[in-house]
Write a protein that binds this ligand. Structure first.
Ligand code: PLP
Length: 819
């Protein structure tokens, strides 16, 4: 049987195009001939592999026809370069987008196998840290769903983000994630498409031509994963590079008994794709990080040029056919690398190469925090990438000349817009390189883009005007609503019709239903089902009993001081104090749910995790509370855990210091699923408020402008704490060891740090946050008001679909019309 017998042409809806019997047959074939199992003895893992392989088979023809169509039409392609792709599991997503989930369920149940059980066997592809990597994954899905030809380019890390383990003492331990250990059924190794990537060595000049002679070359081997769009409309490629040594074994040395030394080159080369974000405290760690960035940028651009030359046999039309998007500065070295490839390898004249580079490239900025803006020591770039360093100098010289011509000899301005930072020991500013090499630079929310123009890129924006544009982030509703929350999805389809699956704007039709008691009851009922499911998960994972009747108050995201999990914990302690002081009060029962990883070397964030556990232990074991307050920290937050928590969330905590969260996407996922947000006017919260209405969101705290002013005036936390009896009591308790009796001083440093230098204005926002939390409780006591707001959140967040975001990129940045 071949695939075309099973599937309708790619442009048609795929539903029902493969029968359960035919699909069952395919699964059995894969189980027998590829997994090497038998139906009698197959484990759940075997069934998962067989089912994933059978599903992949169904994608193959569409994948081929998608590429063939692009080729035939000569369409422009988007190349999305990202150091991170936080994909999560793929089976449910692929089946769902092919609309054959029920077919697969039936096919498997005929074999006595449960689809959900085997789907849970899939390891999360955790090739990213958090929001930035998840954005790349949502974008890949939307690109395919909109029919835009695209490649995602990144690194195939053998070990993605670490697995977080938290023993009873509340300390985070990092274990290597081993997502490939049992095989990855989705990927194809394309060894024939490998490239050489050089490092080190020297540059020679002969006859005016510069030639780089690398001291070391590494091979980049691509692994391709199909990305299936909604209704199988289009299948794009995620191409991840794996590093191999050019010379993996010195046989002579090996035979002389130097078994390790003989393999040193292999180990050195393969380190590049070994782990996501190796620690960069040491010079060796920093060097490895730069090697990773250059490795994947160079391999990806070589691939782009090879494909383009094969198709058109010329490069002057590159910008008509390729758009390269740099997801943050990690691939920014791609600017000088593209110049190197065009000028040195393809012998293009500099000015033309520069025009093409800028027309091809655009850059997304994700953070304004100075410590997160990448810079590399000039000495390191010179040593590792000598030819790229020369090209960066050349780009900078021409750029500064142009600035001089337009603005005169303004030393401050020139220093500020230079790619080289001369003030901190000569460093290459990767954000500047990306900015100067791009025709569009985008921020990821309206506020963030404005702050970009006002702060980090103020001078660059003046000398290169009209390049900055806003593209507020989005999320794919297929994963974050349809798959994550089938209960709510069914209610939406019953109420609004099937069309809501294809067109999120239809969600607005929910607004009138928010006024109907019966509909609110049904909306609340499906939340209740999701909460019961999460209640079981909490019990199974951490052995804590919680009441699904309680308000589920959720903060799930990377643990970072600016995201202010600490503010949430302090408020929980205040609530705990109040509950103990007035036990007869009519308290709203709450479950505070946390999830998130701290970077391995970020000790302050790890201390916050520990504090959450210490407070949880005291609160959860206090019999006088009658379970009115519970704190659950769920370990190893990842995409799959997010999918389990989000449908069960009543309250969404988005409480970063205003001006520091570029956008957030967790806020969008939770609002889409009908959680009410408590948040600051930061990132996309500002736009969420505009869409859902100020009465359906709890906004508190300082604005970005007030934060800036307070800091400029010299903020005194001690004064703020003295003025707040509740906060004083909380800090005294934590400082004196109430929550860490076995080590009373554990949090003394943390509290003193807050009092001496509260960089994230936790104390400044505390009272306002506490008040907002009381408003939350008051709304919860009025179920009609609460559920009305909840329905209106789901009704009014269609705009945060990543389809909308991608349409904007396609129109304003890439010039790649959706098909
Ligand atoms: C959405 C998501 C994030 C980003 O969350 P923010 O609240 O926007 O920081 C991080 N990690 C995972 C697993 C996610 O799904």
């Amino acid at each position: 049987m071949n695939n075309t017998d099973l599937l309708a042409p790619a442009h048609e809806a795929t539903e029902g195009t493969v029968s359960p019997e035919a699909f069952r047959q395919r699964i059995l074939e894969r189980l027998t001939y590829q997994v090497g199992g038998s139906p009698e003895r197959a484990s759940e893992r075997d069934w998962f592999l067989a089912t994933a392989l059978a599903t992949r088979d169904l994608v193959m023809d569409r994948w081929r026809t998608s590429n063939a169509d692009t080729l035939a039409r000569g369409d422009k392609r988007v190349c999305y370069l990202s150091m991170e792709f936080l994909i999560g599991r793929l089976l449910a997503d692929t089946l769902g987008n092919l609309r054959i989930t029920e077919t697969a369920r039936e096919a498997l149940s005929g074999l006595g196998v449960d689809l959900d059980a085997i789907a849970a066997q899939e390891m999360d592809a955790a090739l990213g840290n958090g929001g930035l990597g998840r954005l790349a994954a949502c974008f890949m899905e939307s690109l395919a769903s909109l029919g835009i030809p695209a490649f995602g380019y990144g690194i195939r890390y053998e070990h993605g983000l670490f697995r977080q383990v938290i023993p009873a003492d509340g300390t985070q331990h990092e274990l290597p994630e081993d997502w490939l250990s049992l095989g990855n059924p989705w990927e194809f190794e394309r060894a024939n498409l490998r490239y050489k990537v050089g490092f080190g060595g020297h540059v020679t000049v002969d006859g005016g031509r510069l030639t780089w002679h690398p001291g070391e070359t590494v091979r980049a081997i691509p692994y391709d994963t199909p990305v299936t769009g909604w209704r199988g409309k289009r299948v794009n490629t995620l191409r991840l590079w794996s590093a191999r040594a050019s010379d993996p074994l010195h046989l002579a040395a090996f035979n002389h008994g130097d078994h390790l030394g003989a393999q040193a080159e292999r180990i050195r080369a393969e380190s590049i794709s070994r782990v996501l974000y190796p620690g960069d405290e040491t010079p060796a760690g920093q060097e490895l990080r730069l090697r990773q960035e250059y490795f994947f940028a160079s391999a990806s651009l070589q691939d782009v040029l090879r494909r383009h030359m094969a198709e058109f046999d010329r490069l002057d039309n590159l910008a008509d056919k390729v758009a390269v998007q740099l997801n943050d500065t990690h691939p920014a070295i791609g600017v000088s690398e593209l110049m190197r490839l065009l000028v040195d390898v393809h012998h293009m004249e500099w000015d033309l190469a520069w025009d093409i580079t800028r027309a091809v490239t655009s850059y997304t900025n994700h953070t304004l925090m100075p410590e997160a803006l990448e810079t590399w020591p000039v000495s390191l770039v010179e040593r590792l990438l000598p030819r790229n360093m020369q090209i960066i100098y050349m780009i900078n010289a021409r750029h500064l000349d142009a600035v001089r011509k337009a603005q005169g000899e303004d030393a401050r301005l020139l220093a500020s817009v230079s790619i080289i930072d001369e003030d901190h020991g000569r460093r290459v500013r990767m954000g500047h390189l990306a900015f100067i090499g791009s025709h569009r630079i985008n921020g990821v929310s309206a506020l963030h883009t404005q702050l970009m123009k006002d702060t980090v890129f103020a001078d660059l924006n003046r000398v290169c005007p009209d390049r900055i544009t806003n593209k507020t982030n989005g999320i794919t509703f297929r994963r974050w609503l349809l798959r994550a929350n089938p209960g709510l999805t069914k209610l939406l389809v019953d109420t609004l019709g099937e069309e809501v699956l294809d067109n999120p704007e239809k969600l607005a039709g929910l607004a009138p239903h928010a006024e109907e008691m019966e509909f609110r009851r049904r909306f609340a009922a499906q939340r209740r089902v999701a909460k019961e499911k999460l209640t079981r998960l909490i019990r199974d994972r951490i052995g804590l009993a919680v009441d699904p009747e309680a308000l589920f108050d959720v903060q799930i995201k990377r643990i970072h001081e600016y995201k202010r999990q600490l503010l949430n914990i302090l408020q929980a302690v205040a609530l705990y104090n109040a509950m103990r002081a007035r036990p007869m009060n009519n308290w709203v029962p709450r479950v505070k749910i946390f999830g998130g990883k701290a970077a391995a070397s970020y000790w302050q964030a790890k201390l916050i995790i520990r504090l959450a556990h210490d407070v949880a232990r005291v609160v959860n074991n206090d019999p006088t509370l009658n379970g009115m307050l519970r704190i659950a920290f769920l370990p190893n937050y990842n995409v799959s855990l997010a999918e389990a928590i989000i449908p069960a969330a009543d309250l969404s905590e988005q409480i970063s210091t205003a001006g520091l969260e570029a956008s957030g996407t967790g806020n969008m996922k939770l609002a889409l699923n009908g959680a009410l947000t408590i948040g600051t006017l930061d990132g996309a919260n500002v736009e969420i408020r505009e869409h859902v209405g100020a009465e359906n969101i709890f906004i508190f705290g300082l604005t970005a402008e007030q934060v800036a002013r307070k800091k400029a005036a010299g903020y005194d936390a001690r004064e703020a704490v003295a003025a707040s009896p509740a906060l004083s009591q909380v800090l005294d308790a934590i400082r004196s060891g109430v929550f860490s009796p076995e080590e009373p001083d554990r949090y003394a440093g943390l509290v003193d740090g807050l009092l001496n230098d509260d960089r994230f204005l936790v104390t400044a926002d505390f009272d306002s946050y506490d008040t907002a939390q009381r408003e939350v409780a008051a709304r919860w006591r009025d179920p009609e008001a609460w559920w009305r707001s909840a329905v209106l959140n789901t009704a009014h967040v269609a705009w945060f679909s990543s389809d909308r975001t991608i349409r904007e990129y396609a129109e304003d940045i890439w010039d790649t019309p959706p098909r």
